[in-house]
Design a binder for this molecule. Structure first.
Ligand code: SF4
Length: 337
C-alpha cells in the first residue's frame, strides 16, 4: 500500500470537489506531511542530494494539481490516446520505461480535475472517425498505488462504462485492486496486469508485489467480469528465456483457466539517456545493456533506442504466438514489439 511521505497540493486543486476529497483522504490516513502550495507553484522541497536518494525521495512524494493542457498524446500500439489521469509510480524497477520521464525527483502526480479530463476524452471520441476510440490510463504511470487517494480509476471506469464510442484500458503491477471490483464497468475497461518471469522480477523489480499476488488479483478481476489482459514487458532474452516465459504462461493458465485473455508482448529496449540514468541510480544493476548486442533504431521523437535485432524479435514473436496458442483456448496475442 502506497503511503506518501509528503504531499504537495496546488491550492487551485482545492477549488475542485475532487481535489478536496483527495486532501481529506490524505489527512485521514494521517502519515503524510501535507503542504498547500500557491497556485502554479513548483515543487522544490523534496530532499535528496545523491541521484539515488533524490530518486527514492521523489517516489515517496505526491503532488495534487489541476491538469492544464488537455492535449492527449497518441499511444500506439496499446491504444489510440493516452489518458493523463495520473503520472509516476512508487515502484523502482531497474528497467522502468519511465526512468527518464520525470527528472531527478520523480514525484507522483494526481489531478483534481479528473472530470474535466474525462470530458475531454469524450470530445476526442466524438471527433474521431473511428467507431470506438481507445484510451490508455497507464501511459505514464502505474495508476493503482495512488488510487486510494485519487479515485481516478474509479472515475474513469464509471465514465467509460456509459460510453458506446470509447473504451478504457490500464495496466498495473500492483494488487491493491479490491475497491475497483464492485464498480459498474459494462466490460468497457480492459484490466491488465504487467507480469514477468521469476528471474526478471527477482533481479530487476523493486517495490512491486510478487507475480503470484498479481495473478491472484487477476483472478479476482476476472471474477468481477472485467475483460482481462496481461502485458509481458520487458521481455529479456536471458539464456533461459524460452523456459522461463513458458513457465510464466503456464502459471497464468493455472490461475485464470479458460478465461479469454489478451497478451501484449514488449521486448526490452533502452535509450542512451536511460542507460546513463540506470547507471547513476542503480550502479550495481545487472540489466543487460550492452549496445553491441542490440540494434540502434530511431524512435518516434528522433532519439536512438537500442532494441533486439529483427531475427531475435522474430523468435520472440513466434515463441509467444505458438505458446499462447498451445496453452490457452481463447487467448489473443495483440502485438509483439
Ligand atoms: S511498476 Fe511499472 S511504472 Fe512502476 S517502476 Fe516498475 S516498471 Fe516502472
Amino acid at each position: 500500500m502506497f503511503v506518501p511521505k509528503r504531499a504537495f497540493i496546488d491550492e487551485e486543486a482545492l477549488d475542485y470537489p475532487h481535489g478536496r476529497k483527495i486532501l481529506r483522504r490524505l489527512k485521514q490516513q494521517g502519515e503524510t506531511d501535507i503542504t498547500v502550495m500557491p497556485s502554479g507553484g513548483r515543487v522544490t522541497s523534496i530532499p535528496g542530494s545523491t541521484p539515488g536518494d533524490a530518486y527514492r525521495q521523489g517516489k515517496m512524494s505526491l503532488v495534487v494539481r489541476v491538469l492544464g493542457r488537455m492535449d492527449f498524446p497518441t499511444c500506439r500500439p496499446s491504444a489510440d490516446y493516452a489518458l493523463p489521469i495520473t503520472t509516476g509510480c512508487p515502484g523502482s524497477c531497474e528497467y522502468c520505461y519511465l526512468i527518464t520521464q520525470f527528472g531527478r525527483k520523480p514525484y507522483l502526480t494526481v489531478y483534481a480535475n479528473v472530470d474535466e479530463i474525462l470530458d475531454r476524452a469524450a470530445q476526442y471520441a466524438a471527433q474521431s472517425s473511428q467507431n470506438i476510440t481507445t484510451f490508455e490510463g497507464a501511459a505514464s504511470s502505474d495508476p493503482v498505488p495512488t488510487e486510494r487517494y485519487s479515485g481516478a480509476l474509479e472515475s474513469a471506469i464509471e465514465h467509460f462504462s456509459d460510453r458506446s464510442d470509447s473504451r478504457f484500458r490500464f495496466v498495473t503491477k500492483f494488487d491493491d485492486i479490491e475497491p475497483l471490483l464492485s464498480l459498474q464497468h459494462s466490460r468497457h475497461t480492459l484490466f491488465r496486469f504487467s507480469i514477468n518471469t521469476e528471474k526478471v522480477c527477482r533481479d530487476f523489480e523493486r517495490g512491486t508485489p510478487a507475480v503470484k499476488h498479481r495473478l491472484k488479483a487477476a483472478a479476482r478481476v476476472s471474477d468481477a467480469d472485467y475483460p482481462l489482459g496481461f502485458v509481458i514487458a520487458p521481455v529479456l532474452l536471458t539464456s533461459s528465456w524460452r523456459r522461463d516465459y513458458r513457465a510464466l504462461l503456464e502459471s497464468v493458465v493455472e490461475t485464470v483457466g479458460d478465461t479469454p485473455v489478451s497478451f501484449e508482448i514488449i521486448s526490452h529496449r533502452f535509450t542512451d539517456a536511460a542507460l546513463r540514468k540506470i547507471r547513476q541510480i542503480f550502479p550495481d544493476s545487472d540489466l543487460p545493456l550492452q549496445k553491441s548486442r542490440r540494434m540502434r533504431r530511431t524512435g518516434r521523437y528522433g532519439h536512438g533506442k537500442y532494441v533486439y535485432p529483427p531475427e531475435r524479435l522474430a523468435d520472440v514473436r513466434s515463441f509467444f504466438e505458438q505458446s499462447v496458442g498451445d496453452l490457452f483456448s481463447g487467448a489473443s496475442v495483440d502485438y509483439v514489439v
